[in-house]
Write a protein that binds this ligand. Structure first.
Ligand code: SF4
Ligand code: SF4
Length: 397
């Protein structure tokens, strides 16, 4: 247990909390459960007490010895019942970097040994297999067999202009594997010289941060950087917003190559007339993934891409762009508390259905997985697309 898990900036920031509760009003976990203990404001007030109890001056002054084991357990439960969606940070009038704070608290709880058992599974999977599912990492490129016309190389070349960093969910989860299949086919159509890293791609490391395992991230960063540099590529493309955001924030790639999310890269190909559409009449709505929208502040590329498809009508969700509500799939929540994750998804589906759209499009394999699972289980009459698949089906070939 240590205050050193917190940056001095964060410790100063939380003292600025005015208890206004605006963060609770936008929190999807609070909205889904009505439980105020899942809110940012509750957590910040608890954390202030914990940090003070570890400081000799304050603990003497207030004779407060810190939380009991059962209080630690309750605190841990609220911290890990969070999707790390960043909606609270977006609205906090005191400018507290709440999302970063939640990551620092998870690190503290991991070291303090008050954390959910599932965290050990995540750690074991990543230690042993370098992917979040604990699958054999050689199977990372099995999805290539689903492509219409894969080359003998299986899209793995010694060098290439572009590296496509596929991410764990799209590599291994069957429903999400349609995303890399669609993207690889579009790269072929647009004559993009690209390569995969194959079994040399390791998890980007974001699930380690979400699990409070910050200290283990460095190995993953160093490995992935070395593998990309070997390919002599000028750009790394990501279909996963969390991988993309992780690279933006933590990887030392600047000055070596650039990075882009698929929404930006595909829009570039469309503008260069390298992807040509047939008409595809449909009313759609768009869900901004938390890490791409609030995280990377990329809101318009996806909308411009959707609107470049003839005969498509885009209807905005009531809460869109920086106010978009989480789908329930972030922050490892699905692994830690699947029931809470599903409750958050249910609210999201209601908002989607209120638009009257025939399909919901998003730009994240985890959102697709979360929303599709709920829609299928509850037989909801709406189509769910990742933007990559949506664009692929609208192409002339
Ligand atoms: S990050 Fe999202 S889920 Fe977590 S406390 Fe903030 S608003 Fe709630
Ligand atoms: S929005 Fe910010 S200032 Fe207001 S209660 Fe939440 S953390 Fe405190």
């Amino acid at each position: 247990m240590s205050n050193s898990d917190y940056s001095s900036r964060r410790i100063l920031e939380i003292e600025a909390c005015t208890n206004c509760r605006i963060c609770a009003e936008v929190c999807p976990a609070v909205q889904a459960t009505g439980d105020g203990k899942l809110s940012g404001v509750y957590r910040v007030s608890q954390l202030k007490n914990i940090l003070r109890s570890r400081t000799a001056f304050w603990s003497k002054l207030f004779r407060y010895k810190g939380p009991t084991a059962s209080e630690w357990k309750d605190f841990s439960q609220t911290v890990f019942s969070c999707t790390l969606c960043g909606a609270c940070q977006e609205v906090c009038p005191s400018g507290i970097h709440l999302k970063e704070l939640w990551l620092e608290v998870r690190q503290d709880l991991k070291r303090s040994l008050y954390y959910p058992e599932k965290i050990d599974t995540i750690q074991e999977n990543l230690d042993e297999s370098h992917n979040v599912f604990g699958e054999d990492n050689e199977e990372r490129v099995d999805w290539v067999e689903e492509c219409r016309d894969p080359p003998d190389s299986g899209f793995c070349q010694d060098t290439a202009d572009i590296v496509y960093f596929t991410g764990c969910v799209s590599s291994f989860y069957p429903l999400a594997q349609q995303i890399p299949v669609a993207l690889a086919e579009m790269f072929q159509i647009a004559d993009v010289n690209f390569t995969l890293l194959g079994q040399d791609e390791w998890c980007c490391g974001f699930p380690l941060l979400g699990a409070g395992l910050d200290a283990l991230v460095e190995d993953f960063i160093n490995h992935n950087m070395a593998m990309v540099e070997q390919k002599a590529a000028n750009t790394v493309v990501f279909s996963c917003p969390s991988c993309y955001r992780m690279w933006q924030e933590r990887y030392p790639y600047r000055g070596k190559f650039s990075i882009a999310h698929t929404t930006e890269f595909l829009l570039r190909l469309v503008r260069e007339n390298r992807l040509n559409f047939k008409g595809s009449p449909m009313k759609v709505t768009y869900h901004d993934p938390c890490d791409l929208g609030r995280g990377a502040r990329e809101f318009e590329n996806a909308r411009l891409l959707i609107q470049s498809v003839p005969e498509v009508e885009l209807i905005e969700l009531e809460n869109n762009r920086e106010n978009c509500r989480c789908c329930g799939g972030g922050g490892n929540l699905e692994m830690i508390d699947a029931a809470l994750s599903a409750k958050i998804t249910e609210r999201k589906i209601k908002e989607i259905l209120a638009t009257g759209a025939q399909a919901v499009i998003t730009s994240c394999q985890q959102c697709v997985r979360t929303i599709t699972t709920w829609v299928r289980r509850n037989e909801v009459p709406i189509q769910v697309f990742d933007i990559t698949r949506f664009i692929r089906r609208a192409l002339q070939r």
